[in-house]
Design a protein around this ligand. Structure first.
Ligand code: GLU
Length: 413
């Protein structure tokens, strides 16, 4: 089943529970705007290469489209549609006045020079320029994009419209309208979620064992926060090339420096190398998949031994695996709630840009914590009320909020 089919399946299940009107459901199954662009760039050797790019807005009933831009060889229209749909629910679950969108370019940035990546980013921006803007659709970082690319997007957009426009992207460098705390926001948010779920399940965080799949922006900032707070014991971490394991705990601060130098976590001192599959099936309190979608499959799910899964990535658990994990009684804090810290601080950045008034880090972090805590508890209450798991509860909340806005707005014309 494709990623988009998986995403639509969750919509269908939640629509049934909340008895969603047929007409609203039919609209929500589709993405309202899909732009496919071809992005030609001059390579450093003088040749020309053409890349495929996408920007999809799933739904904008509650506000402008919002969602990241991904650079990855496996980017497809199906994937971008699924991720745009997840953004709609995510923004609604944490009650942001934003809709859902996503973008991607099918490319391998590891095979491109910095200059080529800049030309690719700028040409893509100019190709989708009619779709984006502070009031229309606001991109942000995602896999393999960061503040650097967001800076180029902001500059390209501004040059084209003839005015410096801070609010067109979030996740920018702080020096040019970015928000303090945005870079680490998704990982920080995961940490706040960990605190909340541990309280509910009465798990002692001091000695809790944690396995993290992925050591990119999300996985590493989560791990560093755990280190700073002296919370839990990270017993395993992995990246694309494989994982490392130490039952006595890994020093994540040292690992962070090591992974930067060595371009990976493998062979870190005092650890044993393991595979990604071994990491996902480790005996631990918390498993945090923070890499990419489709990692916990039907094949892996029966062997997962974690008590709790906190989804740092978007869509790490495929639908059939989700059913297996639920039957096993594993508690899953779903992506659309767990990793919302990123888009929450993106929202703060957008608000700061529109006001040209910037907050200190303390304000960003405390507002993030407040919003996530509230959203977590909203979802928790719904799961009790409907006697269902946290993913379904989050969908019930997210889909209902979007449906309410659509009903109140009415159907144009
Ligand atoms: N790419 C991130 C996500 O999937 C952040 C999106 C944003 O900040 O707009 O949630």
């Amino acid at each position: 089943m494709s990623f988009y089919e998986n995403a639509k399946k969750m919509l269908a299940k939640s629509a049934e529970i909340i008895k969603l009107e047929q007409g609203i459901y039919e609209q929500l199954k589709k993405c309202t705007k899909t732009l496919i662009v071809s992005v030609p760039i001059k390579m450093d050797d003088g040749s020309i290469k053409v890349f495929d790019g996408y920007r999809v807005q799933h739904n904008t009933a509650r506000g402008p489209g919002k969602g990241g831009l991904r650079f990855h060889p496996n980017v497809t229209l199906d994937e971008v549609r699924a991720l745009a749909m997840l953004m709609t629910w995510k923004c609604a679950v944490v009650n942001l006045p934003l809709g859902g969108a996503k973008g991607g370019i099918t490319c391998n940035p590891n095979e491109l020079s910095v200059n080529e990546i800049e030309r690719l980013t700028r040409r893509y921006t100019s190709a989708i320029i009619d779709l984006i803007g502070p009031e229309k659709d606001i991109p942000a970082p995602d896999i393999n994009t960061s503040k650097r690319e967001m800076g180029w997007i902001m500059d390209t957009y501004s040059m084209n419209v003839g005015a410096t426009t801070l609010g067109v992207v979030t996740g920018k460098p702080v020096e040019m309208g970015g928000s303090l705390g945005r870079e680490t926001a998704t990982g920080t948010g995961l940490y706040f979620i960990l605190e909340e779920i541990a309280k509910k399940l009465d798990i002692d965080l001091k000695n809790a064992t944690i396995a993290i799949q992925g050591f990119g922006n999300v996985g590493s900032s989560f791990a560093l926060r755990l280190y700073e707070e002296k919370v839990g014991k990270v017993i395993a971490v992995s990246d694309l090339k494989g994982g490392i394991y130490n039952p006595d705990g890994i020093n994540c601060k040292e690992l962070f420096e090591y992974a930067k130098r060595n371009k990976g976590v493998s062979n870190f001192k005092g650890t044993k190398n393991i595979t990604n599959e071994e990491l996902l099936t480790l005996d631990c309190d918390f498993l945090v998949p923070a890499a990419i979608e489709g990692q916990i499959t039907e094949k892996i799910a029966p062997n997962v031994k974690a008590k709790v899964i906190i989804e740092g990535a978007n869509g790490p658990t495929v639908s059939a695996a989700d059913d297996i994990l639920n039957k096993k009684g594993i508690v899953i804090v779903p992506d659309i709630l767990a990793n919302a810290g990123g888009v929450i601080v993106s929202y703060f950045e957008w608000v700061q840009d529109l006001h040209s008034f910037f907050w200190d880090l303390e304000r960003v972090q405390s507002e993030l914590k407040r919003l996530l805590k509230k959203s977590f508890n909203d979802v928790w209450e719904i799961s009790k009320k409907y006697n269902t798991n946290l993913r379904m509860a989050a969908y019930i909340l997210g889909v209902s909020r979007v449906a309410d806005a659509m009903k109140m707005r009415g159907l144009f014309p």
